[in-house]
Design a protein around this ligand. Structure first.
Ligand SMILES: Cc1cc2nc3c(=O)[nH]c(=O)nc-3n(C[C@H](O)[C@H](O)[C@H](O)COP(=O)(O)OP(=O)(O)OC[C@H]3O[C@@H](n4cnc5c(N)ncnc54)[C@H](O)[C@@H]3O)c2cc1C
Length: 441
């Protein structure tokens, strides 16, 4: 078997394939083609991501017997702070059982004092290797067919045929180009440009200013869905998601008072920082399988804006189980792998609805004030009653399916409370206005 791409999806796929094969007494060899060296700091060793491992994925890994070593986890996230122009509020883990890890995907950003040889991708690749996978540090150029089997041609001309090829090249890789000559109905997922950069603040400053909180911003800026600052070791990672995020939006964002208030006093964005503009998937691929071929992770189906690593785990596991228990034909993948992709894709439709509503709130000051009032008031009450906090937590940490988020917002007590807080915010505003008017007189 060959796996093209040794990011999370490729490593998870190899791991599950080999682990399940051993259990059923099947002898397999797995070659992982991955040109990156995840032990190198900076862009060369990094797969460009916020590095937040959702609690669902942490729990799934724990049930598989995979514990993230302390060396991989740069920081445990136990709460988040929501920053709006009308105020900021700190939201503790609503149900007091949440565990989220912040990691580097490579060995750390450019400029890191001591590169971490055990970033998340290096850890997963080593896990797959420890189960017998062979890592070939080669970029694959094409996949063709020879006598009905996939023929993988790597850079430099070396080629080999395999019984099954899993493509896990992400949305920043050439998944469609690789299989171009096969004339498959596969279409790569639609995607949009995002922005990530790393601020070197020093361990103490990160602790003093950002703590163990993920800082989420919902600014009223065009094309920007949301942004997050994630503390890690001596760095803080800024992720900005939206539609075709460019430098002008980033500059505007970094000047916002709520962003500046979060950073150390007198802080200015450095000119030379480790940054990138990776693409993020915004929809599913079309037909992510064929005979002896399967597309896992981002180049197949992933979750909208959240928990892409969790989706890589789910699609990789489903594809590996299909290959071992059912077969490697297109029909096998259609029957046993596609349902997992469909369930993620259907949930993303609800995710779209969640982000439409979020955008409406973002663009209306009264709704923003209502939201802020509701979340602030909830911090004094017990777990399950913190309805808005749970909804926001699940939306921004990716800890629950969007279906659950939507169902929570349809609860009559949630809706009544939100309407009440909006009305109260409106009343507050009109009394503010009258006070201003009488002062002016
Ligand atoms: C701005 C941003 C922030 C994000 N934040 C988070 C987050 O906080 N938490 C989260 O869960 N998800 C997050 N994601 C999503 C997450 O990054 C992806 O879902 C995840 O990386 C998908 O894993 P993958 O293995 O499918 O692809 P990738 O991680 O992209 O890995 C693909 C691998 O394939 C290799 N490759 C490419 N082409 C070839 C080739 N021709 N031959 C051989 N190898 C090749 C690459 O070198 C790479 O190692 C974020 C994404 C973006 C854009």
């Amino acid at each position: 078997m060959a796996v093209i791409g040794g990011g999370p999806a490729g490593s998870f796929f190899s791991y599950f394939l080999l682990q399940t094969a051993t259990r059923v007494g099947l002898g397999l060899t797995v070659d992982i083609y991955e040109p990156r060296d995840f032990h190198v700091s900076g862009p060369a060793g990094c797969n460009m991501c916020g590095g937040v491992i959702s609690e669902t994925l942490v729990q799934h890994l724990a049930t598989e017997g995979i514990t993230l070593p302390e060396t991989v986890v740069e920081r445990g996230i136990d709460c988040y702070a929501l920053h709006l122009d009308v105020g900021s509020v700190r939201i503790e883990t609503p149900l007091h059982e949440k565990r989220i890890a912040a990691v580097h995907r490579g060995a750390g950003p450019r400029g890191i004092a001591s590169p971490n040889p055990c970033g998340f991708d290096a850890f997963l690749l080593a896990l797959a290797q420890s189960h017998g996978a062979r890592h070939l540090r080669q970029r694959v150029e094409s996949v063709n067919r020879a006598e009905g089997k996939p023929l993988v041609r790597a850079q430099g001309g070396a080629s080999a045929t395999y019984d099954l090829v899993a493509i896990a090249t992400g949305v920043n890789g050439p998944s469609a180009k690789l299989v171009q000559s096969l004339g498959l109905p596969y279409r790569e997922p639609p995607s949009t440009k995002t922005y990530i950069c790393e601020f070197l603040l020093g361990r103490e400053t990160v602790q003093a200013t950002l703590g163990s909180a993920m800082h989420v911003f919902l600014p009223h800026l065009p094309r920007l869905e949301f942004a997050a600052i994630i503390p890690k070791g001596e760095f803080a990672t800024l992720c900005v998601l939206g539609h075709d995020i460019d430098k002008a939006i980033i500059r505007e964002f970094l000047e916002l008072p709520e962003v500046r208030a979060c950073m150390p006093p007198g802080w200015e964005p450095p000119v030379d920082l480790c940054h990138c503009s990776p693409r993020i998937s915004t929809g599913p691929a079309l037909i992510p399988y064929a005979d002896r071929l399967v597309f896992v992770g981002d180049c197949g189906t992933t979750r909208l804006y959240k928990d892409g690593l969790g989706a890589a785990y789910r699609t990789a596991k489903a594809a590996a189980k299909t290959a071992i228990f059912h077969g490697v034909g297109a029909r096998d993948f259609q029957q046993h792998f596609e349902p997992t992709c469909n369930s993620i894709a259907h949930d993303n439709w609800l995710g779209r609805l969640v982000f439409v509503v979020t955008r409406v709130i973002q663009h209306n000051r009264l709704l923003r004030r209502g939201l802020w009032r509701m979340v602030s008031r909830e911090q004094g009450v017990s777990g399950a009653e913190r309805r808005m906090s749970i909804v926001l937590w699940d939306t921004f940490t990716g800890s629950a399916p969007y279906r659950e988020v939507v169902l929570r917002t349809l609860h009559p007590r949630f809706l009544l409370r939100f309407l009440w807080e909006i009305a109260a915010a409106g009343f507050e505003r009109s009394t503010d206005w009258r006070t201003h008017a009488s002062h002016a007189r």
